[in-house]
Design a protein around this ligand. Structure first.
Ligand SMILES: [Zn+2]
Length: 142
């Protein structure tokens, strides 16, 4: 029956959307961003998260310092490092996508600058060395 088929497809789609949502939540609350958040917090800085009214919805927002931090995945945001290298297969698919992400990042940072916000990008590959990261945060925030 057509109805059965429709229901099956709808069920499958909503299940897929649910797990995509869960993945998105997990991405937001684990990994590189959490490391930066915990460190900044431990260093005594207070900040807001993902302020939707700012260009690019920055990961950490320090309102009093008029400063924001983005924590970027090297691959998705096109960092020029080993992790950030675009896949060699399916280049026609990935290259425009990744270029678009990088272009959007640049536009958002320009908008922030125009509005008087300083921004810092912490790349996923730069968080392993905690002391280095801490001194970078201090240089940027103090
Ligand atoms: Zn990187």
């Amino acid at each position: 029956m057509v109805e059965d088929e429709i229901r099956r497809v709808t069920d499958r789609l909503s299940k897929e959307r649910r797990s995509a949502n869960m993945r998105a939540v997990k991405d937001r609350d684990t990994g590189p961003e959490m490391i930066v958040r915990r460190l900044a917090h431990r260093m005594g800085y207070r900040f807001r998260l993902h302020r939707a009214d700012l260009p690019g919805k920055p990961d950490l927002v320090f309102p009093a310092r008029r400063a924001v931090i983005f924590v970027h995945g090297c691959f998705w945001h096109g960092h020029h490092c080993k992790r950030g290298a675009a896949p060699v297969t399916n280049t026609a698919f990935w290259a425009p996508k990744l270029a678009k992400n990088a272009a959007r990042d640049a536009v958002q940072r320009a908008r922030l600058r125009r509005d008087g916000w300083r921004s810092l990008v912490v790349w996923e590959c730069q968080i392993k060395d905690e002391r280095k990261l801490a001194s970078r945060l201090r240089r940027f925030l103090d």
